[in-house]
Write a protein that binds this ligand. Sequence first.
Ligand SMILES: C[S@@+](CC[C@H](N)C(=O)[O-])C[C@H]1O[C@@H](n2cnc3c(N)ncnc32)[C@H](O)[C@@H]1O
Length: 336
Amino acid sequence: MAVTPPGTSAATADIRIDSHLDGAGGRSLADDALDGLTRPFKELPPKHFYDARGAELFDRICELPEYYPTRAERAILEQSAAEIARLTGAVELVELGSGTAAKTRVLLDALAAAGTLSRYVPVDVTESMVRECALALTSEYPGLRVHGVIGDFERHLDQLPEAEGPRIIAFLGGTIGNFPPGSRRRFLREIARLLGPEDHLLMGTDLVKDPSVLEAAYDDSAGVTAEFNRNVLRVLNRELDADFDPEDFEHVALFDRSNEWIEMRLRARREHTTHVRGLDLQVHFDAGEELRTEISAKFTPERLEGDLAAAGLELASWMTDPEGLFALTLSRRPSL
Ligand SMILES: C[S@@+](CC[C@H](N)C(=O)[O-])C[C@H]1O[C@@H](n2cnc3c(N)ncnc32)[C@H](O)[C@@H]1O
């Protein structure tokens, strides 16, 4: 498939794709690696997992018996999509971190059945995902226009197309949990600024539960999450000419009870030094030293309402699955 150069757009009758990514994966990878790998406690942000292979591994994670969030969120959508369509009257759905938009179809079906659906705006850092999703959805939903945005939702929210009517901004999959608390509120404020009086934020959040259930979801018995975690090292090797051996690192997933978040880490199996030639950087790892690759915060209703309120949003609807594993919330700016 053709690559759309950064800062450009390409369009057919039903599909328009804008790309805002630049070199080296365009995800500030070089900056993040330089910053994160030279800290006393090494760290990389999770957005760098998702090259095409990472996205494929994430899809496999969603099918794993231990990974309940996808099934729970889908169950909530199946139960509530018609009501969401009725409450919002949305003509368009903007989705941040859209991936393959697998669950999104439940929502698109409901908006189509309500007769309001006109446009879908997927936003993702993974170019192939945005393109494949645009092709698939325009053929599955006759008359639907797709305006894809290949970009980083932390940097490119101001590049979203103007709203064409009441819209839903969806942020599914519990991805909001990847932000530490302060950045989370800042990011929610940025989303809130995009909402007009008729718009809603639809957000999926994973809920606090038994740590053994949480840890199993991030450390599956088939080892798919471990491969996904190590994939970030392959991304660094390819994009920044590094020489990590992914097998030098062990996958670690643990629930931090005081912060109520899952941490994924990569633990060096032996002492070694890696060269990141693209950054002219040598990175030393002691045996047992850990590199943090993701946090995934878990929510209580109080934590979520506090975050929404801090962002100037009010809760319109709280939906959960029968087992209370996951929550979907609809929120909006309060009317004056
Ligand atoms: C946990 S997956 C969720 C995918 C899908 N929304 C779901 O619920 O199954 C996170 C998605 O967000 C994308 N993503 C992560 N960080 C991003 C960023 N900073 N900007 C844009 N997309 C991002 C990834 O490429 C991936 O498709």
